[in-house]
Design a protein around this ligand. Structure first.
Ligand SMILES: Nc1ncnc2c1ncn2[C@@H]1O[C@H](COP(=O)(O)OP(=O)(O)OP(=O)(O)O)[C@@H](O)[C@H]1O
Length: 260
């Protein structure tokens, strides 16, 4: 068991270069079970690069990402086998994309989208899988009668909620989110945020969320990292960083939001 004071994830000196261009550089932090970390910064500051490098989607140029696995203890995610990494990504980790279409299979039903993740971890009982899928539709506020409908018949907000259900059905401990409310109507965003906040709390999920929206960061994250030019220039408790920013760039970021 991971104790609450043992990091679930440890990122050490992570650097990603695209040729001569810096994607992100020298990023280090720990994430504890149930902790929500927001990554904020302007466009091109390196947020998505960092998220991809941490979540084993893009091997960094330098640095180490260690994860406290359920079975084998602490493992370097780039040193384990491809099969182990895939299993980790399908079970204990989840990834919520900004565009729901990137995280869903659009040509199979909503129920199959959820059930597929359960089958990937060995569930074979059709009745149980269907029941779990229906249950998860309810949790993300989609009527169970939509179980056999294709995601393409869902609204943007519903597709995003379906993507969340598909991701959370295997009870992951760590969820990566890249602008999960981006591209949605403001009223739809508010409802989704509320839902996410409830699920993150109830399921004690550790989350790394990339957003350029400081209101989203404030609502969801316990801690914040502010990025500029690929580097983390300020980090700390969310309220502290947003209410009393120390770095001139963070001050600018916060004041530009207040003026809008
Ligand atoms: N595949 C790539 N090839 C080359 N350079 C890249 C690639 N992806 C990102 N970069 C560069 O890395 C830097 C960081 O980009 P990144 O997409 O990580 O920023 P971001 O903060 O996520 O931006 P946004 O908020 O616009 O998504 C930028 O200079 C970008 O041009």
């Amino acid at each position: 068991m991971t104790q609450n004071n043992t990091p679930l994830l440890r990122v050490s000196d992570l650097t990603m270069m695209y040729g001569d261009r810096v994607g992100c550089r020298n990023v280090s932090f720990d994430l504890r079970p149930g902790e929500v970390l927001g990554i904020v910064g302007e466009s091109g500051s390196g947020k998505s690069t960092l998220l991809r490098s941490i979540s084993a989607q893009q091997e960094p140029t330098k640095g180490v990402v260690e994860y406290h696995t359920r079975i084998d203890g602490i493992r370097d995610v780039y040193q384990i086998s491809e099969a182990q990494r895939r299993l980790l990504m399908r079970t204990d980790w989840a990834f919520v994309h900004q565009n729901a279409r990137d995280g869903l299979r659009m040509n199979v039903s909503a129920g199959a989208n959820i059930g597929e993740r359960l089958m990937a971890v060995g569930d074979r009982h059709y009745g149980n899988i269907r029941a779990a899928a229906g249950n998860w539709l309810g949790k993300v506020e989609i009527a169970e009668e939509r179980l056999d409908d294709l995601p393409s018949t869902f609204s943007g907000g519903m597709q995003q909620r379906l993507q969340i259900a598909r991701n959370l059905v295997t009870s992951p401990r760590l969820v990566f989110m890249d602008e999960p409310t981006g591209g949605l109507d403001v009223s739809v965003q508010a409802r989704l945020l509320d839902l996410l906040r409830g699920l993150v709390h109830d399921l004690n999920l550790a989350v790394i969320i990339v957003t350029h929206d400081l209101a989203v960061a404030r609502l969801l994250s316990h801690r914040l990292m502010v990025m500029q030019g690929g580097a983390v220039i300020e980090s700390g408790l969310t309220d502290q960083v947003l209410d009393d920013p120390q770095h001139a760039y963070t001050q600018l970021l916060v004041s530009s939001i207040l003026q809008n």
